[in-house]
Design a protein around this ligand. Structure first.
Ligand code: URA
Length: 227
């Protein structure tokens, strides 16, 4: 991916017919668990499983290396992401990119050890950036799960309370969830603060740094155990 924007393969489906306000929602395409990348992209782009399809500009599928070792999972697209069709492109995305660079990672084109895949728990923007609702999370999770199955990441970094609590089925505060290695569908998962929170609370950047170091150490341990 260049600074000018994602390559065509990552572009959102533009020009899709708008979803009418009265169209029924609540159905997801069948067979998500067997989809390949093109089918999955298409399914997400046309999804009408929840009411967020009515207010979105476009879906935000995710970007990065389809075999990335690191997968980053945020909460949901915000205004900028809904307009651009790419996750984490606002101020919090700039901080995320700096955090990733600090451990030698990037969203730009690079081999799978260096180029992350970035996705969100929700593929559509909640109106006004309100908190995602459990029913929306439930409808959207199969897409994230299929992305994880296709990527087979070695580590998942869950950013922020919503991503962490929903993936881990927990109501524990983020301060309790971070600092340990969880698993999500067999993949080690590390919880850290959301970059938007870190912009408001820069003192906690040191904790986020230690979370990234824990993720890196977990990967190194995995590699040592496999050799
Ligand atoms: N916050 C998120 O959690 N995800 C984005 O894509 C943008 C902001």
């Amino acid at each position: 991916m260049s600074a000018a924007g994602p390559p065509a393969a990552f572009s959102p489906q533009r020009g899709a017919a708008p979803i009418s306000a009265s169209a029924p929602t609540g159905t997801r395409p069948a067979g998500i668990g067997q989809m390949d990348w093109p089918a999955l992209r298409q399914a997400v782009a046309g999804c009408t499983a929840c009411d967020l399809c009515r207010s979105r500009t476009q879906t935000v599928f995710g970007v990065g290396n389809e075999r990335a070792h690191w997968m980053i999972v945020g909460e949901a697209p915000g205004e900028q992401e809904d307009l651009r069709g790419e996750p984490f492109v606002g101020r919090s995305g700039q901080l995320l990119d700096r955090m990733l660079a600090a451990v030698g990672l990037t969203r730009a084109d690079a081999p799978p050890e260096q180029q992350v895949f970035i996705a969100n728990t929700l593929k559509c923007r909640p109106p006004g950036n309100r908190n995602p609702q459990p029913a929306e999370m439930a409808q959207c999770e199969p897409y994230l799960l299929r992305q994880i199955e296709l990527i087979q990441p070695r580590i998942i970094l869950a950013m922020g309370r919503f991503a962490a609590q929903s993936l881990l089925r927990s109501d524990q505060p983020i301060g309790r969830l971070r600092g340990q290695v969880h698993t999500y569908h067999g993949v080690p998962l590390i919880v850290t603060y959301h970059p938007a929170y870190l912009l408001r609370s820069p003192a906690d950047k040191a904790l986020a740094w230690s979370d990234l170091c824990l993720a890196r150490a977990t990967l190194a341990e995995q590699a040592a155990a496999a050799s």
